[in-house]
Design a protein. Sequence first.
Length: 120
Amino acid sequence: MKKKDLEYFKKLLTQRVQTLLAEASDTVSGMTDGKASFPDPTDRAAMEADRNFMLRIRDRERKLIAKISEALDRMDDGTYGICDTCGEDISIKRLKARPVTTQCIQCKTKEEAKEDALGI
């Protein structure tokens, strides 16, 4: 991979982590700021549903942060952009679509086809 491309992806992933961490911080502070009292149980239930939804989103983002961290580690050890399965280069187009990927499109397609066949 060209140095220019590597720098692009490093900047992209670093900015994404910073954004995710800022959003997580906002969520935590929003949940700890003042305890609202709801005289209507329906309002309370709606607030709890919204909170649970937000926590599920943040959990997914936590997993994404871990994947970004792994991608940044691969950049440092020189394996970023190389397919874990076949060892070929992952296309820039694929990396732009999914910068944390560890497989080229051909290997990922084969993996998904196997999962579909097994009903996973």
